[in-house]
Design a protein around this ligand. Structure first.
Ligand code: ATP
Length: 316
């Protein structure tokens, strides 16, 4: 197996909660509470879980937008947990992010040329001719007409803006892109277009993706490997077949049952299955969560599959 591009080791990100007259820290939200995972060259890893499970915090920590409480961030095997180490290793150039909300993540006062040029100007010093050429190339990679180059974000549709966000993320020739719910703000018909387009880019350019989504249906379309997150921890990791055909954790089973059925005739049966899985979730809760309601540690089930479940009886 190739060396991972990025590895998180026992990552914890805890947010302080302040309250009272003196604004003292009275509690902590354990948004990420001991996550270990690796991202490999050319791989797309899907990170799924319901809202609040800690997915975005992982993405933001990888690109340095959130500080780690503890744990380690490795880049090609080297420790880059500190911002200074990331700078030295060109990490910030090689790891980019695409955001969910393309309108608020693109500066409304800058035209597309300057938006795409920004990361190039930050990390590479190209002469104006080379810069112009690179920006035009990026625009054609993301399928936008050259005449749009000096337009502003509000002049584009949501799908087109997401393509601009992708062009900006591609500008520095990154090795890894974090895509946090990249299509959830778009109409269904545009979602499919943008997803197919991202898949094609991923294949053509061999970039690794961490694809964050609350929707297992979208993740199935995009990724070969999936990590399922609940309450700040991973509850299951595996190949698409492991997760979709042999889900071992009750929470993964619940997420699978929540994927809406396209077939109208099957909706009634689907609803009954969903209710049945909700009952099983409540009944078997203590087999999967500890006394504090936190997921158990991950246990290896095969070379590709691991789940946060109890050891079978009689084994330790
Ligand atoms: N800056 C912050 N200060 C305090 N708590 C935060 C902060 N950012 C996130 N949280 C909390 O951390 C937990 C994880 O949030 P996070 O956004 O990572 O989850 P998520 O799975 O990405 O959900 P969503 O899809 O809704 O963004 C949530 O309980 C959230 O309220």
């Amino acid at each position: 197996m190739k060396e991972p591009i990025v590895t998180l080791k026992d990552l914890k990100v805890h947010y302080p909660i302040r309250s009272g007259f003196f604004n003292r820290v009275t509690d902590r939200v354990k948004a990420v509470d001991g996550v270990t995972l690796s991202l490999y060259p050319g791989q797309t890893l899907g990170l799924v879980g319901e809202s609040g499970s800690g997915k975005s915090t992982i993405g933001k920590t990888i690109v340095g937008l959130e500080a780690m409480t503890s744990g380690q961030l490795l880049y090609q095997g080297q420790d880059v947990s500190r911002p200074r180490q990331r700078k030295e290793k060109h990490y910030n150039r090689d790891v980019q992010m695409i955001f969910q909300d393309s309108l608020s993540s693109l500066n409304p006062r800058k035209n597309i040329y300057d938006i795409i040029a920004e990361p190039i100007r930050n990390f590479e010093r190209l002469d104006p001719v080379a810069e112009n050429k690179r920006i035009r190339e990026l625009l054609s990679i993301v399928g936008l007409p050259q005449r749009t180059l000096f337009q502003y974000p509000f002049q584009f549709s949501g799908g087109q803006r997401q393509r601009i966000g992708i062009a900006r993320a591609l500008a520095t020739n990154p090795k890894l892109i974090i895509a946090d719910e990249p299509v959830s703000a778009l109409d269904l018909s545009v979602q499919a277009q943008v997803l197919n387009f991202m898949k094609q880019i991923q294949r053509d350019l061999g970039i690794a993706f961490l694809f964050i989504s609350h929707d297992l249906g979208v993740v199935r379309h995009m990724t070969d490997d999936i990590a399922v997150m609940h309450r700040g921890r991973l509850v299951e990791t595996g190949s698409r077949t492991d997760i979709f055909d042999h889900p071992a954790h009750i929470y993964t089973q619940r997420l699978l049952a929540a994927i809406p059925s396209i077939n109208v005739a099957a909706r009634q049966t689907h609803r009954q299955q969903r209710q049945a899985i909700e009952r099983v979730f409540d009944e078997q809760y203590t087999d999967y969560y500890d006394g504090d309601g936190l997921p158990l540690p991950l246990r290896k089930l095969s070379a590709t599959h691991a789940a946060a479940i109890k050891q079978p009886e009689g084994r330790d």
